[in-house]
Design a protein around this ligand. Structure first.
Ligand SMILES: NC(=O)C1=CN([C@@H]2O[C@H](COP(=O)(O)OP(=O)(O)OC[C@H]3O[C@@H](n4cnc5c(N)ncnc54)[C@H](O)[C@@H]3O)[C@@H](O)[C@H]2O)C=CC1
Ligand SMILES: O=C([O-])CC(=O)C(=O)O
Length: 328
């Protein structure tokens, strides 16, 4: 394990997700025993609150927290970072879809893409949590021409974890017995959580469930609309679970997926599974040494094809909308 601190930038660090995420990162949820240095970006009016969060980080006396820097200038905060977690964005409220945030949040990701392009470390990996996550990742990627496109991903790990949890509850299996879950498409209500390739204790999950009605009328909508259900119940969008998924995704990206399993990540399409090249869409991926590879060769039946195509069509519409807004 390297002794050189992993430099991790977090944007929106004084927000709800930040309040959970920073403490998880500092206690090793991404890099284990490797020291981490936190670079925290906020807008000017939120810096005072962020100072309070840093006081709390200090008060935890985390053994592997090698330093914390805060600021409002992305070209200073992103200087030399190995991992950038782009969380800061306006969350949706009741009755909104994530796509409603495109214009409000698009400008943030243009500026941050440019700053990362200028000053991030050569090995930087960039994970986008802020919504609409897939298209924000596309915006940041398009504004960072010198960073390889494979270094950008958007978070669908929360959906992936939600799908595992629902399947575990239905089958009575522990979450550790569930493998090869896949979320396809957009981090939105059109996403497609796929049980046809997932496994429960080594058996095909759709067969283990044996209940197409549950799969279509309960499982898929429950996973796809979980964000809205949490907003309704909590009056605010998911924060602790989003932070947890952000850590899971970054850890697996940097340190690899376990043998015999894969994870869901929204990454730039190379045309696999007929997802148009260039869209940031969620796929089953394996990771190794900081690189991801889309799992190939899965049979996609007509049911799955229709679901994937519907979500990908929404991504294409979002791409058109941000093109029209001049963001990419
Ligand atoms: N991909 C996913 O699975 C999930 C994504 N989200 C999204 O994550 C984002 C953040 O959510 P919360 O932390 O709950 O929101 P929040 O409103 O509590 O925090 C957002 C923070 O971002 C900051 N911010 C705004 N513009 C910024 C900029 N240009 N640079 C740096 N910071 C900036 C704000 O000052 C605020 O402190 C939202 O877009 C939300 O929809 C939330 C849950 C799950
Ligand atoms: O639903 C939202 O707006 C927040 C989010 O992305 C989620 O919880 O999946």
């Amino acid at each position: 394990m390297s002794d050189t601190p992993l430099k991790v930038a977090v944007t929106g660090a004084a927000g709800q997700i930040g309040y959970s995420l920073l403490f998880r990162i500092a206690s090793g949820a991404i890099a284990g025993d490797r020291p981490v240095e936190l670079r925290l970006l906020e807008i000017e009016p939120a810096l005072k609150a962020l100072e309070g969060v840093v006081m709390e980080l200090d008060d935890c006396a985390f053994p592997n927290l090698a330093g914390v820097e805060i600021g409002a200038d992305p070209t200073k905060i992103f200087e030399g970072v190995n991992l950038a977690l782009l969380v800061g964005a306006r969350p949706r409220g009741p009755g909104m879809e994530r796509g409603d945030l495109l214009e409000a949040n698009g400008a943030i990701f243009t500026a941050q893409g440019k700053a990362l392009n200028e000053v991030a470390a050569d090995d930087v990996r960039i994970g986008v949590t802020g919504n609409p996550a897939n298209t924000n990742a596309l915006i940041a990627m398009s504004n960072a021409p010198d960073i390889p496109q494979e270094r950008f991903s958007a978070l669908t790990r929360l959906d992936h974890n939600r799908a595992i949890s629902q399947l575990a509850a239905k089958t009575g299996a522990p979450v550790t017995e569930i493998k090869k879950m896949t979320i396809w498409g957009n981090h939105s209500a059109t996403q497609y959580p796929d049980l046809f390739h997932a496994e429960v204790s080594g058996k095909n999950a759709a067969e283990a469930v044996g209940d197409q009605e549950w799969l279509e009328s309960y499982f898929i909508p429950t996973v796809a609309k979980r964000g809205a259900a949490i907003i309704d119940a909590r009056g605010a969008s998911s924060a602790a679970s989003a932070a947890s998924a952000t850590c899971d995704a970054a850890r697996d990206w940097l340190y690899g997926t376990p043998e015999g399993d894969w994870v869901s990540m929204a990454v730039v399409s190379d045309g696999s599974y007929d997802v148009p090249e260039g869209l940031v869409s969620s796929f089953p991926v394996t990771t190794s040494n900081g690189d991801w590879t889309i799992v190939q060769g899965l049979d996609i039946d007509d049911f799955s094809r229709g679901r994937i195509d519907a979500s990908v069509a929404e991504l294409a519409d979002e791409k058109q909308a941000v093109t029209d807004l001049g963001l990419i």
